[in-house]
Design a protein around this ligand. Structure first.
Ligand code: LFR
Length: 494
């Protein structure tokens, strides 16, 4: 029998869902009430999220939850990191939130690297230097979109914009705040000196609350299951919620939260900010219950999602399964790319950019759908292998296994190649780790689950885990080692 229900709103960069997470004392049950897709588009010169559409879909989802079995005691929102909304003195958004894939970020990152320098940027925050960081969007706001900054009284991270719409709250949740590159991850305080140096007004930075904070009653017309519900912020950064619900069996297992991005790393008790971590550009992200995720962003399924959109525009409408089957039929490791090259970040003709990249680096340019997809999947697996090696070097401890969650955890070819590339056993599941982690932390805040170990035990008991073993074939191992050397050369050059 269900003991308690909460609602998890999980916003990904391509799609969102509103789910009910129910706990029966032993297992978690996830029921998705509503799914929707959304796409950013350029308005007023900036790539922006369609927040009106997202908000309408969240409301539709909550109306469906309200009409379902109850009571549902709380609602919490997680979303991708780094993006934000700016609220004016009345608590209204000054304009539509922007998207980190706007090319402005690459330009301001380069500018900050010239003026402040990589070491300063990294050491002030412990956050990787990558164009998507909030800091670089804010720098562009200050320089080229001053009206936004002038009108703004406070910045809220995107999930907290939705918490604001749901409850009127004006705080930001810690894990979401930790993706800004404007917080010192050793202390959890805003890096105000760095903000000053860059000319970004520190007055914009909001009050920060820990995951599990009750920020007020749910506003709106809910008379069914959601009557009397509270808004309880989960780990509002989707990756933080996903890793809460990752059934890691020990501290040296590598997680991969596999969605639009692949977030690859380990959980550590405190931020690791050293010359070695800076050299490897590993980031420190805030987690639940005082944990830190030491990780690296690998470009992830974005590459396949963008290729699929391009192929559809060219008249080849293929499902992800069809693309995966075509990739599996191709020979492996023919051409590889650095998936994290800046040129793959913005929307557009990704197959074309991948072909150009291969040709430029003296490799065969993949032509058909299968060849391009195989190149992407091989390259992602090599990216994971590279992060595993960095983690081993920086922490002095090689990962012992890989646990993959999220949409990518059901990709069989990618999972097998992840095992082959890293030489480690891979366990996959749950697919909906983010919504489960979001719900689990709300349940913990309501007194149902007690801490990370118990949450992970319950998640493991609630999930069917699929395992992959690395190939033991010597030729396969050699092929990956050779490809990894090529890959490292490409990365140094980019
Ligand atoms: C994953 C994610 C990553 C973050 C990227 C951009 O959805 O949140 O953790 O680096 O998106 O926000």
């Amino acid at each position: 029998a269900v003991r308690r229900r909460v609602a998890a709103v999980d916003l990904g960069a391509e799609s969102g869902r509103v789910a009910v997470v129910a706990y029966d004392g032993q297992r978690l049950h996830l029921e998705v009430a509503h799914r929707f897709t959304h796409v950013p588009s350029v308005r007023d010169g900036l790539l922006r999220w369609d927040l009106d559409h997202i908000w309408a879909e969240v409301q539709r989802g909550l109306a469906l939850v309200d009409a379902g079995p109850g009571p549902v005691d709380s609602v919490g929102v997680d979303a991708w990191g780094v993006d934000y909304g700016l609220l004016d003195a009345d608590g209204t958004l000054v304009d539509t939130p922007t998207c980190y894939r706007d090319e402005r970020n690459v330009a301001t990152m380069r500018s900050a690297l010239r003026t402040v320098g990589a070491a300063r940027l990294y050491d002030a925050s412990g956050v990787q230097i990558i164009p998507i960081n909030t800091l670089f969007s804010l720098l562009s706001d200050v320089r080229d979109h001053a009206a936004r900054i002038d009108a703004a009284r406070t910045l809220l991270m995107l999930p907290d914009v939705v918490h604001h719409l749901l409850s009127g709250s004006t705080v930001t949740e810690f894990t979401a705040a930790s993706t800004t590159a404007a917080m010192d991850m050793r202390t959890g305080r805003w890096a105000t000196d760095l903000l000053d140096e860059l000319g970004i007004p520190a007055r914009l930075m909001p009050e920060v609350v820990p995951p599990g904070t009750d920020v007020g009653p749910l506003l709106g017309d809910f008379t069914g299951a959601l009557a009397g519900a509270r808004v309880v912020v989960p780990p509002a950064h989707d990756t933080a919620s996903a890793v809460v619900a990752t059934p890691l069996a020990g501290p040296h297992e590598l997680f991969i939260s596999s969605g639009t991005w692949s977030l690859v790393g380990v959980e550590v008790p405190e931020a690791v900010v050293s010359a070695a971590s800076r050299e490897a550009n590993l980031t420190n992200e805030g987690g639940y219950a005082g944990t830190v995720r030491l990780l690296s962003n690998v470009m992830g399924l974005w590459l396949l999602q963008s290729c699929r959109r391009q192929w559809a525009a060219e008249g080849h409408d293929l499902s992800y399964q069809e693309i995966a089957d075509l990739a599996a039929a191709e020979p492996g490791l023919r051409s590889v790319v650095n998936p994290d090259a800046d040129e793959f970040l913005a929307p557009g003709d990704l197959p074309g950019r991948i072909r150009d990249y291969c040709a430029r680096s003296g490799q065969p340019a993949p032509e058909g759908v299968g060849a391009v997809a195989r190149c992407v999947i091989d390259s992602l697996a090599l990216g994971y292998r590279g992060v595993a090696a960095s983690i081993a070097e920086v922490t002095g401890q090689a990962p012992t296994a890989v646990v993959v969650t999220g949409g990518g955890s059901s990709h069989r070819l990618l999972s097998q190649l992840t095992a082959d590339a890293t030489g480690l056993p891979v366990r996959c599941g749950p697919v909906e780790a983010t919504a489960l982690g979001n719900g689990a932390v709300q349940l913990a805040a309501l007194g149902e689950l007690d801490g990370l170990p118990e949450i992970r035990r319950v998640v493991a008991a609630s999930t069917e885990i699929v395992g992959y073993e690395p190939s033991t074939d010597a030729a396969t191992r050699d092929a990956w080692a050779t490809a990894a050397a090529t890959f490292a050369r490409l990365r140094r050059r980019d």
